[in-house]
Design a protein around this ligand. Structure first.
Ligand code: ALA
Length: 560
């Protein structure tokens, strides 16, 4: 399976943190793996992001962004096969020696016994292998988010490092992991109808042991960047710079833009940390050259992630640097004047000058001794809630649903269908005018108008809007056919179809095309529905262009 976006469809988690995230519904039985990808088993290399480790970055092994290798089964194979696959891959394919493995010791209060079956399977494979028992803290996975599949794990250790985690998703828990681990929860673990396998192996850690390196930053995934950085930059800072730039590239690639909310907030923190280090080293005449590191990473990753657009990453980086740089210097000066830093004064520095918590903590030295990330976050959330109060609007309503559209009645569906095809036309027209593919960040259609967001770092001029509108209306006048074909997701991206980043795509997708084969005006991954000919749309008028949060632009258009 293709990696899903770092932005999960599950709204209860900020980022995709593991390979299993896109498969939650297959474990619970809500979705049918065989129907969707022709097998009960699959594998993936999933882009993952764990913010819980941000403060640890700089040591030998912690990262924010990483790639996770995994094999999964939703009622296909079970423990015996999963353990054998793990063993064979590590010892035979990779030629590594396993130090020891762990299995779940059980938890009587939750009604889960020790995993003797896995213990027996390991021993049958290799009777000399050391099998340790471990507690629920270490050897129990999930649930991710507010609820989900979960179960005991068995883990493989090589050179003292946990290399592979094999999860036996036997249960569903209707609450969070914290709740489950607290031991005081009233909710019960429910047995899943079909038990599933979920495995995860960090590519970076695997590279470290296979390449016989002392830490992940010495592997070929990082060494070009680390070696390029000036020798007077501390080892810890080099690692922070490398990790944060790499993570930022992938977040930007998935359509996230720096902002003060949710995923955008994390991206901004990562970028601003690097930009601050850049400024601090600059003061010592040491150049970090973030753009060179971006290029190094792009040359490593563009072979696999061929749709990373260098210009989008670079534009975003430059825009944030320019924006932050103005206040950074003043902020650092203010910081040096404050005699005692607590959550409130740190938040003020953050709010007024954009100084990230890490910078305040590090630069504040002993003045920031009592300052904790938790208190700072509490302060930040409190302010966010104040500013959000009253601004909340709720959308509801039930009705017909077809593909990407919902409507109350047939009449409404007809109008929305015209607006939907018009959205594709306006997007493709703008791409022509701006000379680049747009990374879309969602779209919304109501009976009155179409609306869509996309990542772009400057205002679209009225002339460009007019040009795009003219192009779109020319296509309407030509009454071109609209058609769709179903194809594999990989193939769809190969033929250049655009997709919306927030979308989770299955392995087969519909690609809607406007125009004649060989000369398509637009191709997009889309559930439909659409008109059959562009002439049905009517005249398109772009009525508004504006900036919205996350560094995105928003276009609204109507049809007449
Ligand atoms: N989902 C498991 C992990 O991420 C495999 O460790």
């Amino acid at each position: 399976m293709t990696s899903s976006s770092l932005l999960p469809t599950d709204p209860s988690v900020l980022f995709t943190t593991a390979g299993m995230q896109q498969f939650k519904d297959y474990y619970t039985g809500k979705a049918d793996a065989f129907k969707d990808f022709g097998s009960l088993n699959t594998v993936s290399i999933q882009k993952s992001m764990r913010t819980s480790d941000i403060d640890e970055v700089g040591d030998e092994s912690h990262l924010t962004f990483f790639e996770m290798l995994g094999n999964f089964s939703f009622g296909g194979y079970w423990k015996k096969e999963a353990i054998q696959y793990g063993y064979d891959f590590i010892t035979k394919e990779m030629g590594l020696k396993i130090d020891y493995v762990t299995v779940f010791e059980g938890l009587a209060s939750a009604g889960v016994p020790a995993d003797e079956e896995s213990e027996r399977i390991w021993k049958a494979i290799d009777s000399d292998l050391e099998v340790r028992r471990a507690s629920i803290q270490d050897n129990f996975w999930g649930p991710t988010g507010n609820e989900g599949p979960c179960g005991p794990t068995t883990e493989i250790y090589v050179n003292g490092v946990e290399i592979w985690n094999i999860v036996f998703n036997e249960f569903f828990y209707p609450g969070s992991r914290d709740e489950l681990l607290s031991g005081t929860s009233l909710k019960k673990l429910e047995k899943l109808k079909t038990s599933g396998i979920d495995t995860g192996m960090g590519l970076e850690r695997l590279a470290m042991v296979v390449q016989k390196k002392n830490n992940i930053f010495e592997t070929d995934l990082f060494s070009s960047v680390i070696n390029r950085l000036h020798s007077e930059i501390s080892e810890r800072d080099k690692r922070i710079i490398a990790d944060h730039i790499r993570a930022s590239i992938f977040l930007i690639h998935d359509g996230i833009r720096p902002s003060n909310k949710e995923q955008g907030y994390i991206l901004r923190r990562l970028m601003r940390r690097v930009i601050t280090l850049e400024e601090l080293y600059n003061q010592k005449q040491i150049d970090i050259s973030a753009y060179l590191a971006i290029n190094d990473f792009l040359s490593i990753y563009s072979t696999v992630y061929s749709d990373i657009v260098e210009k989008i990453v670079a534009d975003c980086w430059v825009a944030e640097s320019n924006k932050f740089y103005k206040t950074l210097k003043i902020g650092l000066k203010e910081l040096s004047k404050i005699s005692h830093l607590d959550a409130a004064s740190a938040f003020k520095l953050y709010e007024s000058f954009g100084l990230p918590f890490e910078v305040i903590k590090e630069m504040g030295k002993e003045k920031a001794f009592g300052l904790s990330r938790e208190e700072f976050e509490v302060e930040r959330k409190r302010h966010q809630e104040i500013s959000r109060a009253g601004a909340e609007r709720k959308f509801g309503g039930h009705g017909m649903k077809e593909g990407d559209l919902t409507a109350e009645n047939a009449e409404e569906m007809k109008k929305k269908t015209r607006l939907h095809t018009a959205t594709h036309l306006v997007v493709a027209s703008l791409e022509k005018v701006l000379g680049q593919k747009l990374v879309q960040a969602g779209s919304d259609i109501n009976i009155e108008r179409l609306r869509f967001d996309f990542a772009f770092s400057r205002k679209i001029t009225p002339e460009e809007i007019k040009q795009a509108e003219n192009i779109a209306n020319e296509i309407v006048a030509k009454d071109l056919p609209v058609s769709f074909v179903e194809m594999d997701t990989d193939e769809a991206f190969r033929v250049g179809a655009s997709g919306v980043f927030k979308h989770k795509y299955g392995s087969r997708v519909k690609v809607y095309s406007i125009g004649i084969e060989g000369d398509y005006f637009s191709r997009e991954l889309c559930g439909g529905p659409h008109v059959t000919h562009t002439g049905e749309i009517g005249r398109i008028k772009i009525i508004k262009e504006e900036s919205v949060s996350g560094g995105n632009r928003r276009i609204r258009a109507i049809i007449e």
